[in-house]
Design a protein around this ligand. Structure first.
Ligand code: NAD
Length: 284
């Protein structure tokens, strides 16, 4: 029997409805949750992503501003603007769209954001909080993947979860979240020997690499849950993930499609984090 689909479009719609509901409650108390997005340069993909973020926010009642800065903006000017936003009580979340122009140090820029407004969850303080199990902001993509696992009632305790990819924004935080839920976690990466032998033992596989057909049916244990984070283009130019979807769905128990899987969840979790930032600011 082919795998059941984990529908990121449907689940993200539910999450957005909850965000809209909680936002309305906050607004009734006189608080308008606000996200400030900073875009430096004219990268076409970043332009699309930031416009989506504004649209998603507006649709759920959040206020989002998009500030566009020229590619030659000095780093000091960007840092000064972030510090102004840090000090502005009307702004609850700050997002600097990556990648930044080459003359900027992305870590330095991200670490200038106040951790209480770090709705992307990329600040070193957010990463540290996740590592030690303290409250912070979770990076949107792994957060969205966890929501998908929760939605299918996946009890991770004692399960073997294999994360493929070790980036700071997806692979590593994903592994930490799975560990928090008591999974036994293996992180695979570009230097892993015999990836297939490891993935074949997995009850849950999260593929976050950026390589088409990285995970094929022969690498998957029957019934496993497969979450595909990858975003690639196939020969026809269509969006596809890291997983050979048609092959793996014949073996897996659950699978996320691309498109319509992790992507919409990532977008929804930014709204959750922004709302959460506003709620926390109220509670202080
Ligand atoms: P990255 O390039 O920073 O990391 C890729 C990781 O894959 C690295 O840790 C590397 O060690 C590992 N890797 C490379 N080749 C490998 C191989 N042959 N076998 C095993 N591991 C290998 O990328 P990232 O930012 O973590 O993103 C990963 C993918 O997820 C990309 O396709 C990206 O576009 C996508 N992505 C999607 C979303 C979404 O919302 N759907 C969000 C973020 C990233």
């Amino acid at each position: 029997m082919p795998a059941q689909l984990i529908d990121g479009n449907a689940l993200s719609k539910q999450i957005r409805a909850e965000v809209a509901h909680r936002t309305a409650a906050l607004k009734a108390r006189g608080v308008q949750p606000k996200l400030a997005i900073l875009l430096v340069g004219d990268d076409p993909a970043s332009d699309v992503y930031t416009r989506h973020k504004v649209k998603d926010s507006t649709e759920t009642g959040l206020l989002a501003t998009l500030e566009r800065h020229p590619a030659d903006l000095p780093e000091a000017a960007l840092l000064a603007r972030i510090r102004e936003l840090n000090a502005d009580p009307a702004v609850h979340g700050i997002l600097v769209q990556l990648p930044l122009p080459r003359h900027m140090d992305a870590s330095h820029v991200i670490e200038t954001i106040a951790p209480a407004k770090d709705v992307d969850g990329f600040h070193i303080a957010s990463a540290g909080a996740l590592m030690v199990g303290r409250p912070g902001f979770l990076p949107c993509t792994p957060y969205g993947c966890m929501k998908m696992l929760d939605a299918i009632g996946c009890d991770l305790r004692g399960k073997h979860a294999v994360v493929i990819g070790r980036s700071n924004i997806v692979g590593k935080p994903m592994a930490m979240l799975l560990l928090q839920r008591h999974a036994t976690v293996t992180i695979c990466h570009s230097a892993t020997a015999n990836l297939a032998a490891i993935t074949r033992q997995a009850d849950v596989i999260v593929a976050a690499v950026g390589k088409r057909n990285l995970l094929t049916a022969d690498m998957v244990k029957p019934g496993a849950v497969v979450i595909d984070v990858g975003m690639n283009r196939n020969d026809a130019g269509a969006l596809c993930g890291d997983v050979d979807f048609e092959g793996v769905r014949q073996v897996a128990g659950w699978i996320t499609p691309v498109p319509g899987g992790v992507g919409p969840m990532t977008r929804a979790m930014l709204l959750v984090n922004t709302l959460e930032a506003a709620e926390r600011a109220q509670a202080d």
